[in-house]
Design a protein around this ligand. Structure first.
Ligand code: PGA
Length: 255
């Protein structure tokens, strides 16, 4: 697929203070402008989003929220809406990240969130992935179901506005990423399911990989599988690791 790699820098609940966030952001800005091969999507904690987005004038970084509610306003203590995230400077939203699903987020919640994000004119990155694998392939049905329900309210006309991140729960927060060959097979499976649902329009949906991406894994995955980008967790919250990773993507990938 043509176009730039999408690299999601998902800071999660890091760093602990805004001055630290600004410092980390300075390193990310430098990295972002160093290559045209990738576009960085920064998803900082919601409290930092607006300040970082407002301070940035370039084009190499887009901003995203880590989670939103599907209603625009209302009695939802502790939540922020897709509309608020949009107004704070976001153009992407992670929906259904494994760490949110672990807290109880259901496929039905992701369906409503994906629809709200598209309605607010942003791109949802629907996160999917099984907790464990089994020999009979039930995990494939699990992934299929997450895709089917999460994208249920998306019509063919809007399909170009979504992205999918495959992040197997068993690979998040571990030492090693998934094997590149297995990711290749999984990306073909995801593409097949998307094509079944949306027809040819689904051929342009970016499929990303996330889960313990480190220096040795990232190149193999970008080279050997059909993925259009990566979601970096811990590696994006450390300036040195992130810079090294992005440098090797710039130097070694084929784009
Ligand atoms: P990790 O997180 O890179 O720290 O494993 C990835 C993610 O949860 O998106």
């Amino acid at each position: 697929m043509a176009g730039k790699y999408l690299i999601v820098a998902n800071w999660k609940m890091n760093p602990a203070s805004f001055p630290e966030a600004k410092k980390l952001f300075t390193a990310i800005k430098k990295t972002a402008s160093a290559s045209t091969k990738y576009k960085i999507i920064l998803t900082p904690p919601a409290l930092y989003l607006e300040m970082l987005a407002k301070s940035y004038r370039g084009k190499a970084i887009a901003f995203g929220a880590q989670n939103v509610h599907w209603e625009d306003t209302g009695s939802y203590t502790g939540e922020i809406s897709a509309l608020m995230a949009k107004r704070a400077g976001a153009s992407y939203v992670l929906v259904g990240h494994a760490e949110r699903r672990h807290l109880g987020e259901s496929n039905d919640d992701t369906r409503k969130k994906v629809a709200a994000v598209v309605r607010s004119k942003m791109t949802p990155i629907l996160c999917i992935g099984e907790s464990e694998r089994d020999e009979r392939g039930h995990y494939l049905l699990h992934v299929r179901e997450q895709l089917r329900i999460g994208l249920q309210e998306i019509g063919k006309a809007d399909v170009k506005k979504v992205a999918v991140a495959y992040e197997p729960v068993w690979a998040i927060g571990q030492e090693d990423a998934m094997d590149a060959h297995e990711m290749h097979q999984m990306s073909l499976y995801i593409r097949k399911v998307l094509l079944e649902h949306f027809g040819q329009a689904a051929s342009s949906i970016p499929i990303l990989y996330g889960g313990s991406v480190n220096e040795s894994a990232e190149l193999a995955i970008l080279y050997d599988s059909e993925v259009q980008g990566l979601v970096l967790g811990r590696a994006s919250a450390d300036a040195k690791t992130f810079t090294t990773l992005m440098k090797s993507i710039a130097e070694h990938t084929k784009k």
